[in-house]
Design a protein around this ligand. Sequence first.
Ligand code: HSE
Length: 306
Amino acid sequence: MTSEAARSVTVRVPATSANLGPGFDALGVALDWTARITVTTGAPPRTPSDDPVVAAIERMAATAAAALFEAAGERTDTVDATYEGDLPVGRGLGMSAASRAAGLVAANRMLGDRLGAEALVPLAVRLEGHGDNIIPALFGGLQVVVHTDSDEGHGAVHVPIAPPDDLRLALLVPEFSMPTEESRRRLPATLTRQEAVANIGRSALVVAALTQRRYDVLRVAVEDVLHQPARAALFPALYPLIEAATEAGAYGAYLSGGGSTVAAFVSPAQAEAVAAAMGRTAAAHQLQASTRVVALSARGTEVVDG
Ligand code: HSE
């Protein structure tokens, strides 16, 4: 791919919600809220977007694509990316993972899909640092992810679960962002055995609840002592929002990824009422935010053109 003619591949990539409460770095699900990213090689370099958010997304996608070309032993003159969509950045909806997944899948298509989808996982996890957003972004569905980092590199074992079709997520998306790296630095370095047991059991219970459609246990299952308490220090309205969602009929609610979005598992019938209740609580806390109801999606990153 040296001195090549310009070539573009466009992919559709989903937002993702990670952790699902207690499953820190281990559980994530793709959402039916998507963006399009086009990766182009061999064209004159583009001027970065004036919008710093768009510029950051495009840079992450292009960097991921370039990393895949390098890993495959291919040299490219220029790699650029363009973004179309309304996925918010820094809100715990996996925008960095979506950008990187898009770059990897588009670059792989340019290589004639030389690498199988699973072969993208080590690079995806290395770029992202954790797999609970990027693996559902790549493959879709609800993914159970365990990192298998070793001296040889980054890896992950993951198993998909078909997302239930009778469940929605009501999202409260604040205007303020919570950069993941910054909030991860605030997390406790150690847990007591009691705390570890609480999260291990609940993480398994989330999977059991979603596979067996036992939504009645989700309220307990989504409780967390590993990351939400520390992150609530940055986001005082978090627990009032979770409480408002459950009082309005949600099965359970949690901080999506590293925040700031609060996600509530709901039935389709309750979805709008729960979203509205979270919206009122946000307003009562002087929190600028929007709401959205999304379905869980079995679809990961897909090439739509090229
Ligand atoms: N598991 C990651 C975290 C997800 O909580 O930091 C980030 O979206």
